[in-house]
Ligand binder design. Sequence first.
Ligand code: NDP
Length: 330
Amino acid sequence: MSRVEKAIRIDQHGGPELMRLVDVELGEPGPGEVRIRHMACGLNYIDIYQRSGVYPMPMPLTLGMEGAGVIEAVGEGVGHLAVGDRAAYASQPPGAYCTARVMPARAVVRLPDEITFETGAAMMLKGLTVQYLLRRTLPQGGLNAGDFVLFHAAAGGVGLIACQWAKALGLQLIATAGSDEKCQLALDAGAAHAINYRREDFAARVREITGGRGVKVAYDSVGKDTFEGSLNSLAPFGLLASFGNASGKVPPFDTGALAARGSLYLTRPTLFTHLATRESAQEMADELFAVVLAGQVKIHVERRYPLAEVAQAHRDLEARTTVGSGVLLV
Ligand code: NDP
């Protein structure tokens, strides 16, 4: 039996105005799939890349990679979810900006009763990203309490979770952000230091803060504008985790730059390699839920938009006016 649901669609890459609310037919889940009725969907910067064409995508497309809701139907072979379960996910391919969807069950996990749907939708993609960055994307010798790391855009959705989780791990996180207010938010969330990178040369400040040595890891989601400075902020054998491109893609570069600065490491990770198996997705989600339930990480939901107002949500995110996470209420 098929039913009519609402979804946000684009037919080509371009600006926020291209996103339209349309009717879609939804069927029953096949083997390995579930149907989930969304209560809320997360807003992520990756949605902007996929809408604008920074990441080319097949069309037509429903954007959105994160959601929370109730399981309505379960396909053959799905053992970890049942009808009526509260659930949440981060997953690709996109398709979360909708009232309900049929999707692979692999990345969908049960949401603890203590976590609201809104918080669940705001924390899965961003929180699992911080999990793999701080817990799995490690420099030689690992990360130990007291180590310095650099984290850009630290007042954003991913960033505010990173500040808190790093503090819980005993790391000294040096935050960067685009205004003094955002720097204060990062400090309040647990950053040891904060640099307004619109005003200051962050690499020079990192050297000062670390007594000339540099950081063990630079987590860089800003891309083009910060790449060089991130390399210049690293200690010998340090690791640059280049995980996003909010300011544009990193241009091709000479790997000799890694040797010249002290045998550096570079990785360009994506969450979805880590979420490739159900076991890994569950293990990562369990760690995320544990820090949230322990109160070590609080999810800062700053803005809420009705599904139909997604264009405004994208404009706000691109204009750098947001802090923390935003959600679409379904
Ligand atoms: P944010 O809430 O962090 O928003 C992006 C932030 O980037 C802005 O608020 C802004 O903060 C900063 N920024 C710097 N330069 C620019 C620019 N030119 N235009 C717009 N923003 C800029 O988004 P998310 O929390 O959703 O994601 C954070 C980053 O992490 C994104 O780049 C995203 O793609 C990446 N990501 C990567 C994943 C992966 O696995 N590879 C998974 C999840 C997220 P400020 O004003 O402080 O500079």
